[in-house]
Write a protein that binds this ligand. Structure first.
Ligand code: ASN
Ligand code: ZN
Ligand code: CA
Ligand code: CA
Length: 324
């Protein structure tokens, strides 16, 4: 017999959290049987396949440090839980596949592995532990939201992962990764437009993998569209759309805009709904930046009307990143 139950999780990055778990005849397991078709978190114990679900004899998992293997599992399980809730409660989407399926997590993949990734083949999420210098375990909530959003994109617009469409694919993951972080906001992780700030370079504070408010701050990403943007790595051509989204939601006094314009933000709630509708209704596998402008304008028209403040703000924010 099994039953859904709430356990306490002692995480690496967000303190003590409520974890949706399962109670069995022998204890508790890191498995949520209730959200959609359910999901669970596996410990790969430095292997690259197989693994076993994290279990505990008490309704408590992890100890808040890497000395306990379950701590990173807590972050990953919290991340999949909050990502599920974000798409369900904000966008009305039931799971990554839209039909209750959210896959599962694999934690402690390989040794000192400096990445995390979504795979469409296993329909699952995988997290490395990092080498301890460039990365700590990559189980932060914005990374969870980023990677699982790749699964959503695969089931919707299917943006090809190269050229401008690849930049839009990456930006979609940064956008919803950040929106998941805001959705889950807590005192220890309040939400921001930085990607990976909790896991990147533990010896240096204040930096991040990517900066949506000013993408060029990473030294590689671009703030403004140009005809050569499609030749960049997708993690750098994403800068144009990340910058667009930040400007749309939060506005600007003009310090980063490509045309010197000042902008009033429409807020995260309107901006995220516009991007989601653009992604799921209007973008296709070959959408480029010009097409993303049209897609988001169409989405804003549907949601708010064609002469609305939000519609006009979408046009102004794209112009501010040189997508005219
Ligand atoms: N973490 C990387 C990403 O989501 C994995 C990859 O290269 N696709 O972008
Ligand atoms: Zn990505
Ligand atoms: Ca962040
Ligand atoms: Ca750092």
């Amino acid at each position: 017999e099994t039953a859904a139950t709430t356990s306490t999780g002692n995480s690496l990055y967000v303190g003590t959290v409520s974890l949706a778990t399962n109670s069995t005849s022998t204890g508790y397991e890191m498995r949520d049987p209730s959200r959609g078709k359910g999901f669970y978190t596996l410990n790969l114990a430095n292997g690259t396949s197989g693994g076993s679900v994290f279990t505990s004899t008490t309704s408590s998992f992890g100890n808040g440090t890497t000395s306990n293997a379950a701590s990173a599992g807590v972050d990953a399980h919290y991340g999949i839980q909050k990502t599920y809730d974000y798409f369900k409660n904000v966008h009305g989407r039931d799971g990554i596949d839209g039909a209750g399926g959210t896959g599962y997590n694999r934690v402690h993949y390989s040794s000192r592995y400096n990445n995390a990734f979504w795979s469409d083949s296993c329909f699952c999420m995988t997290y490395g532990d990092g080498d301890g210098t460039t990365f700590t375990p990559l189980t932060a909530i914005d990374v969870a939201g980023h990677e699982m959003t790749h699964g959503v994109t695969s089931r919707t617009a299917r943006l090809v992962y190269s050229g401008e469409s690849g930049g839009l694919n990456e930006a979609t993951s940064d956008i919803f990764g950040s929106m998941v972080e805001y959705y889950a906001a807590s005192a220890s992780d309040p939400g921001d437009y930085l990607i990976g700030e909790k896991i990147y370079t533990p010896s240096k504070s204040g930096d991040a993998l990517r900066y949506m408010a000013n993408p060029s701050q990473d030294g590689k990403s671009v703030n403004c569209w140009s005809s050569s943007v499609g030749s960049l790595d997708v993690h750098y051509s994403s800068g144009v759309a990340n910058h667009f989204f930040y400007l749309l939601a939060e506005g600007s006094t003009g310090s980063t805009t490509c045309n010197g314009s000042t902008l009033s933000g429409i807020g995260r709630s309107a901006a995220e709904k516009i991007w989601y509708r653009a992604l799921t209704v209007y973008m296709t596998s070959s959408t480029k930046y010009a097409g993303a402008r049209t897609a988001t304008l169409n989405a804003a028209k549907d949601l708010f009307g064609s002469g609305s403040t939000q519609y006009n703000a979408v046009a102004a924010a794209w112009s501010a990143v040189s997508v005219n």
